[in-house]
Design a protein around this ligand. Structure first.
Ligand SMILES: C[S@@+](CC[C@H](N)C(=O)[O-])C[C@H]1O[C@@H](n2cnc3c(N)ncnc32)[C@H](O)[C@@H]1O
Length: 231
């Protein structure tokens, strides 16, 4: 797909050249507790289905603080990070510390998730959003307080998000032509969503195998689904 630049490596080095982006839309690793419980409860879900283990390390509050401190001054628009309950308010506090206007967690709802990670509470993850304290963004308009997502477990990385969900978020928090950055790109769902929505997409992925799968997925292209939330 055109307009997607995915780099291999830790975002700190792979995206060290990046001066500014228009929006940051990302889905980094969740907290230690969610990762541990997900991996421990493998195969014990209500539908008996097996699950992929999370192959990447969890993030700590220190990882979140470093990430937000780095990207806040480099992001001209909205910063949006998906996370689990334990890290949600860590993002909010980090956004505030970086001088951004931050908000309460925006729910991302999946009906009947598998009982992993945060158990029945896994039906909600949280999009932590913040914007610059400028008039332009104060007048951005109304935005959804909740997203509904397909129960989609077919992504190429455990924890991957449906492309249609990410398209909806990209549409809400950026504008056509914007440079949208996902420093923890995983299977590339956000980058594909951004390109499909007419944005330029830039990202990094730490894991070489995941990076290879994402590049192959990007190479195959994506056919948009008419209607919301069904990949
Ligand atoms: C939840 S997954 C992202 C899934 C992605 N949104 C998708 O739908 O395919 C988080 C990804 O962040 C990557 N990651 C973690 N730390 C990173 C870092 N420091 N730099 C770049 N990527 C990182 C992991 O390897 C993992 O693939």
């Amino acid at each position: 797909m055109a307009d997607i630049d995915l780099r291999l490596g830790d975002w700190r080095s792979a995206l060290a050249h990046v001066g500014e982006v228009d929006a940051l839309v990302t889905d980094p690793p969740y907290c230690a507790r969610t990762h541990a419980k997900h991996n421990a409860s493998r195969g014990s879900s209500y539908d008996g289905a097996d699950r992929q283990r999370l192959s990447y390390a969890h993030w700590t509050p220190e990882d979140v603080a470093e990430f937000v401190t780095h990207w806040a001054p480099r992001c001209r628009g909205w910063m949006c990070a998906m996370t689990s309950a334990d890290l949600a308010l860590v993002y909010r506090d980090a956004y505030e510390a970086a001088g951004l206007c931050s908000f309460a967690p925006v729910g991302v709802y999946q009906h009947r998730p598998r009982l992993s990670g945060d158990g029945p509470g896994s039906c909600l993850v949280y999009l932590m959003v913040a914007r610059p304290r400028t008039a332009k963004f104060a007048r951005w308009g109304s935005l959804p307080g909740l997203y509904q997502s397909a129960c989609d477990h077919t992504g190429i990385v455990a924890g991957g998000k449906p492309i249609e969900l990410m398209r909806a978020i990209v549409r809400d928090y950026s504008r056509p032509g914007d440079l949208v950055c996902d420093p923890c790109a995983g299977g590339g769902s956000t980058l594909i969503a951004a390109a499909t929505e007419g944005r330029r997409a830039l990202g990094a992925e730490l894991n070489a195998a995941t990076y290879g799968l994402a590049q192959a997925r990007i190479g195959r292209g994506y056919t948009p689904v008419f209607g919301a939330f069904a990949e």
